[in-house]
Ligand binder design. Structure first.
Ligand code: SF4
Ligand code: SF4
Ligand code: SF4
Length: 578
């Protein structure tokens, strides 16, 4: 039986497990203590001092996020001394902060702004730095503006702890300490994988995606361009949060209606190319198994993971599936098959993807993927950027009636739908691979690979073939899986990796919830549930059974792995190890 500790917080008795912090115990008593540098499961360093509390009978204040509870302790979270300390801390942070709030991408969603309002701070009480460091905007995906940085180190912890990448850290000492890459190089030149987990961890506007909404507005206004937009599987599960809807609300119909109101010519469903990826990937896997190809095979649909492998484990490049990601496949299908079918010059087609991801902004620039001598996708926008375009266009999102995707890419299987959650790609691929190996098999649910665990394993025997699979999300977990393979501790045949913990539903381009939500709600589980419910209710569960998939093979590609499919839907990788 676990040991417990009884204490009082603001006079309320509470009993919690031994080892709990005061912050955790306060939650049990329904008392919220404000935090800034603390982020559950990511950063717990007691540095910002916003979460300070008083302990009866002791001098001074303690940081509740790191201070453990003790038997009989009496904690006070809302005394004049506590409030004064928090207010002064915020005023000191603001003294060297670039307070251009109105044009800040985090305006109205900034945790510093929210606390400053709640504590009625005087933003000019202390005079600090007047000169601000240069903005790092060299990378195609993230902008780092240290003039907004409050040195909370949440990004540093996300990059190190969740991703095991550690390309950003604290540089210099004392008052001059700031966050940056080694030797002050740009994120673009560092072995950063572009996952954006630092961006979703940042409480202020110091880290943001590189917005490209202007380019999309320009294309929409250009009478010579046909603009088509498609949305990734997870966007329907998260876009509502940009409009204050509850996490876990399925907004597919409203999302389509809103995207159409931006003035684009077509709104397509990227679940279709999630299906296409699965069909190509499952055939590639079976080929490798039957013909002694390189195993284990790694999935390739996550560009953050692919770039991680290219930088840190290039010796495993032959293990990565040659399939492009669903984003890139859709771009290639649109600029080839769709343009031919509709009589459009591919140069006049402007393709916009809506993606949960910052890494995909880099992916669209990969020249080895330009099958037609031009980018497959012209602009890749995050969920947040789509949300801001909808607001800018004055579309009343929550009041919209549901609408359907455009033909001919309107429907997809349940396999395509679950792509946005960790384990979803593996499960969808197994549904199709099992069918290829044994057509009489009716199995659709591979539940062992579902859920939020960082690494999941299972063994299946299909058509006489035994397959050990592993699913990892978060690159620290992926690193563990690779090290296990390298050392011979594990023998897998098929491995799925998604760079973001929980998969794309928790991607670096998804709506950012404040720490008060993230510390208390299981966002990943709520968002994933939308996708699994949709899969369950879909009459077509397997990717290869989708009528749109049958149509594109019948009319254009011939068969999975055909020469045409290889030219347009497959790619190569680059050794980036320095
Ligand atoms: S994008 Fe990912 S890898 Fe790059 S700095 Fe941020 S967390 Fe680290
Ligand atoms: S960039 Fe953002 S997350 Fe990183 S230390 Fe600065 S304020 Fe914190
Ligand atoms: S897990 Fe999804 S959101 Fe995250 S980097 Fe990979 S593809 Fe992008």
């Amino acid at each position: 039986m676990e040991n417990t500790v009884s204490l009082k917080i603001n006079g309320i008795p509470v009993t919690v497990p031994e080892g709990y912090t005061i912050l955790q115990a306060a939650k049990e008593a329904n008392i919220e203590i404000p935090t800034l540098c603390y982020l559950k499961d990511v950063n717990c360093i007691g540095a910002c001092r916003v979460c300070v509390v008083e302990i009866k009978g002791r001098r001074g204040l303690v940081a509740s996020c790191v201070y453990p509870v003790e038997e009989g302790m009496e904690v006070l979270t809302n005394t004049p001394a506590v409030r004064k300390s928090r207010k002064t801390t915020l005023e000191l942070i603001l003294s060297s902060h670039n307070k251009k709030c109105l044009s800040c991408p985090k305006n109205n969603h900034c945790e510093l702004q929210k606390l400053s309002l709640e504590y009625n701070v005087d933003e000019d009480r202390f005079a600090g730095d007047e000169e601000f460091p240069e903005v790092d905007d060299k990378s195609p995906y993230i902008i780092r503006d240290n003039s907004k940085c409050i040195k909370c180190m949440r990004c540093v912890a996300a990059c190190k702890k969740l991703q095991s990448v550690s390309v950003i850290g604290a540089i210099r000492r004392g008052y001059n300490v700031h966050v940056g890459c080694a030797f002050e190089e740009s994120l673009n030149d560092a072995p950063c994988v572009g996952c954006g987990q630092c961006v979703v961890a940042c409480p202020v506007g110091a880290l943001t995606e590189k917005s490209q909404t202007d380019k999309v507005w320009e294309a929409i206004a250009d009478p010579d361009k046909k603009v088509v937009l498609f949305t990734a599987p997870s966007i329907r599960a998260t876009l509502g949060e940009c409009f204050d809807m509850a996490p876990g609300t399925d907004v597919e119909g409203k999302m389509v209606a809103a995207a159409r109101r931006l003035g684009v010519d077509k709104v397509f469903n990227m679940n279709f190319t999630a299906d296409l990826t699965i069909v190509e990937e499952a055939h590639e896997f079976v080929e490798r198994v039957k013909n002694g190809g390189t195993l284990p095979m790694f999935t390739s649909c996550c560009p953050g993971w692919v770039k991680f492998l290219e930088h840190y484990y290039p010796e495993f490049i032959p293990n990565v599936s040659s399939c492009k990601s669903p984003q890139q496949m859709f771009g290639a299908v649109l600029k080839s098959y769709y343009c031919e079918k509709e009589g459009i010059d591919p140069k006049d087609l402007f393709v916009v993807s809506i993606i949960p991801c910052t890494a995909k902004k880099f992916e669209v620039t990969r020249e080895e993927q330009f099958a037609l001598g031009m980018p497959d996708v012209d602009v890749s926008l995050t969920t947040r950027e789509l949300g801001s375009m909808i607001k800018e266009a004055g579309v009343m999102f929550t009041a919209l009636e549901d609408e359907k995707f455009d033909n001919p890419f309107e429907t997809a299987s349940g396999g395509g739908e679950i792509f946005g959650a960790t384990g979803g790609v593996m499960e969808a691929a197994l549904r199709t691979a099992a069918h290829i190996l044994d057509e009489s098999l009716e199995v659709t649910d591979f539940v062992e690979v579902r859920g939020q665990k960082g690494v999941k394993e299972a063994t299946y025997t299909v058509g006489g073939v035994k397959v050990n699979v592993a699913v990892a999300s978060g690159l620290a977990n992926a690193r563990q899986v690779i090290e296990d393979i390298k050392s011979g501790r594990k023998d897998y045949q098929f491995v799925e990796v998604m760079a973001c913990p929980g998969g794309c539903i928790n991607g670096g381009g998804q709506p950012i919830q404040s720490d008060s939500v993230r510390n208390n709600v299981d966002l990943k589980a709520l968002r994933s549930e939308v996708l699994y419910t949709s899969d369950k209710n879909n009459s077509i569960r397997k990717s290869h059974e989708s009528p749109v998939i049958k149509m594109v093979y019948d009319e254009y590609f011939g068969a999975p792995g055909s020469e045409k499919a290889h030219k347009l839907l497959h790619t190569t990788y680059v050794n980036r190890k320095k």
